[in-house]
Design a protein around this ligand. Structure first.
Ligand code: G1P
Length: 314
């Protein structure tokens, strides 16, 4: 069994009009790279190499132009269209053949996760042989999200989509781990009042079956979404602040593939070459030139990639 990954990058982005009238939100930059790199890097850190990207018929060719077939990262990208915004859960109908008999992780194309413990949390969620795992995150105004209601012992009681009077502050993030039953569950859904197949209905069904794990992401993890102009600017400022301070990039997919040993030095060099006049490209080239690297990088725990300090280092 190989866990598959799906990025849903559809939608009209109507809250960002006019910016998104002629392009997909997920192709817009968050600081120094397209938004879709962030969810893609989360799937990569989950060790997922086969990814289906779902977008609108108009936008899909642009994603293909950006990401290709994935071979450059030693991954595999396939593409499918969602003709109308018929809901997040439709991903599993569109992606049924792609998923086959495997478990699947879905991430929304506009969700950005960052935090030290993330790789470990992803590995734990991915290792569950059965059922579903979702993540909950404290937000001040949960009413615009799916909301998890907990009992006094912290056990999830219900998942409610955009409740008028939220019962808790825990929003459901756009990152979902499922076993293969999700396809049949998605097939059994009927459209909600807003005409969508709701991801919340799927989570509620797993909950009723006693097969839903809700992991709380604590405040040391950042979960940002990018639904409005302000949220996009906040996300860009957040990424810029951390990247400038550390001199390390967030969600640099070429770096992640290299650190996971999916591509070698030559592969990284090849990807850097056409970008060498940009700071992004120079960053990739610098990775290869570094004489020493951080032995505590999260990818070390995953695959052991780091460079030992060289005795000739300055
Ligand atoms: C969707 C889901 C919601 C979830 C959110 C996370 O909301 O329906 O349950 O909390 O993504 O980003 P939407 O983006 O459709 O408003």
């Amino acid at each position: 069994m190989t866990r598959k990954g799906i990025i849903l990058a559809g939608g009209l982005g109507s809250r960002l009009h006019p910016t998104t009238l002629a392009t997909s939100k997920q192709l817009l930059p968050i600081y120094d790279k397209p938004l879709i790199y962030y969810p893609l890097s989360v799937l990569m850190l989950t060790q997922i190499r086969e990814v289906l990207i779902i977008s609108t018929p108009d936008d899909l060719p642009r994603f293909q132009a950006l990401l290709g077939d994935g071979r450059q990262l030693n991954m595999s990208f396939t593409y499918a269209t969602q003709k109308e915004p018929r809901g997040i859960a439709e991903s599993f109908l569109i992606g049924a053949d792609f998923i086959g008999r495997d478990p699947v992780t879905l991430i929304l194309g506009d969700n950005l996760f960052y935090g030290d413990s993330l790789a470990q949390r992803l590995a734990t969620a991915a290792s569950k042989p059965q059922g579903a795992a979702i993540f909950a995150y404290w937000v001040p105004e949960p009413g615009s999200f799916g909301v998890v209601e907990f009992d006094r012992n912290g056990r999830p009681q219900a998942i409610v989509e955009k409740p008028e009077h939220p019962n808790s502050n825990y929003a459901v993030t756009g990152l979902y781990f499922y076993d293969n039953d999700v396809i049949d569950i998605a097939r059994s859904l009927r459209p909600s009042a807003r005409g969508e197949l709701e991801i919340t209905s799927i989570n509620q069904i797993y909950l009723e079956r006693g097969l839903l794990t809700v992991e709380v992401l604590r405040r040391g993890v950042a979960w940002l979404d990018t639904g409005t102009a302000d949220a996009m600017l906040d996300a860009a400022n957040f990424v810029a602040a951390i990247e400038r301070r550390q001199g390390l990039k967030i969600a640099c997919i070429e770096e992640v593939a290299w650190r996971l040993n999916w591509i070698d030095d030559e592969g990284l060099q090849r990807l850097a070459e056409p970008l060498k006049n940009t700071s992004y490209g120079r960053y990739l080239i610098d990775l290869l030139r570094r004489s020493s690297d951080d032995p505590f990088s999260p990818t070390v725990a995953l695959r052991g990639r780091y460079r030992t300090p060289s005795p000739t280092a300055e």
